[in-house]
Design a protein around this ligand. Structure first.
Ligand SMILES: O=C(O)CCC(=O)C(=O)O
Ligand SMILES: [Fe+2]
Length: 209
C-alpha cells in the first residue's frame, strides 16, 4: 500500500517499517528513458574498479563513475574517488531530481550493469561523508532490475523487492540506512544494460578547525 505525498512529482511513500523510501515509476526528463540510457553509456568514461574488501582485492561486477562539485571526494571499499565535473546531461538530471526530492546534491555515483552478470552486493549507504541521515536519490535507466532491501536487525521481517523501472526515481531518506541494507542481485537469465545514478550530498571538509 502506498500513500500519495507529492501529487505533482508522483512520488509515493512505500510502506516499509523503519524506512523512509519514496518511489516514482516514471519521471519526465524531457527525453525518453532509452535515449538517456544510450547517452549515458556513450558519454560517461566508465571505469572498472578494483576494490578492497577485508584485505582482499576484487574487480567490481559492474562499471562505475563519480561526478560532482570540486572537493566532493568519496571513499568506499578502500576506493577514494575524485569527482569529474558535471556534464550538461548530468546537470539536467540533477536539477530535475532536486526539484522532485526537495533536496540538493553535490555529487552522483553512476553504476553501469552491462548485463545479467553485473550486480551490487548488499550494503548501506552509511559512509561518514554522507552525514547521519542522508537523502539519496536513485535514477534508473534501461533494463528493469530488482532492488532488494533486507532489514539489518529484525530478521523476522521479509526482504522487500522493488522492480526499478526505466525512468524511475527512488528516494531514500531519514533513518533508512541505519536499519536497511540494499543491493542488486545477478540474474540467471540474460538481460540488457542498465544505468543507475545515485545523487548524494557529500559533506565537504573545508580544512578549517
Ligand atoms: O543500482 C542500484 O539501483 C543501486 C545502487 C546503489 O545502491 C548505490 O549506488 O549505492
Ligand atoms: Fe546504495
Amino acid at each position: 500500500m502506498t500513500q500519495d505525498l507529492f501529487a505533482s512529482g508522483g512520488l509515493d511513500l512505500l510502506d516499509i517499517p523503519d524506512a523512509e523510501i519514496y518511489y516514482a515509476p516514471r519521471v519526465d526528463f524531457g527525453a525518453a528513458p532509452d535515449f538517456v540510457l544510450k547517452q549515458l553509456i556513450e558519454q560517461i568514461p566508465w571505469r572498472s574498479e578494483v576494490i578492497n574488501l577485508w584485505g582482499k582485492e576484487y574487480q567490481q561486477p559492474r562499471l562505475a563513475a563519480w561526478f560532482g562539485d570540486a572537493g566532493a571526494r568519496y571513499t568506499y571499499s578502500g576506493l577514494s574517488l575524485e569527482p569529474l565535473p558535471w556534464t550538461d546531461l548530468l546537470s539536467t538530471l540533477r536539477s530535475r531530481v532536486e526539484a522532485l526530492s526537495e533536496a540538493s546534491f553535490n555529487s552522483v555515483l553512476l553504476n553501469y550493469y552491462r548485463d545479467h552478470r553485473d550486480s551490487m552486493g548488499m550494503h548501506s549507504d552509511d559512509e561518514p561523508e554522507l552525514g547521519r541521515n542522508p537523502t539519496i536519490a536513485s535514477l534508473s535507466f534501461g533494463e528493469q532490475r530488482t532492488f532488494v532491501l533486507k532489514h539489518k536487525f529484525k530478521k523476522d521481517l521479509k526482504s522487500v523487492q522493488l522492480t526499478l523501472e526505466s525512468g524511475s526515481l527512488l528516494l531514500m531518506k531519514g533513518a533508512t540506512q541505519h536499519h536497511w541494507k540494499h543491493g542488486i542481485n545477478k540474474l540467471a537469465r540474460p538481460c540488457g544494460p542498465r544505468v543507475n545514478l545515485t545523487f548524494r550530498q557529500i559533506l565537504v571538509s573545508t580544512g578549517a578547525t
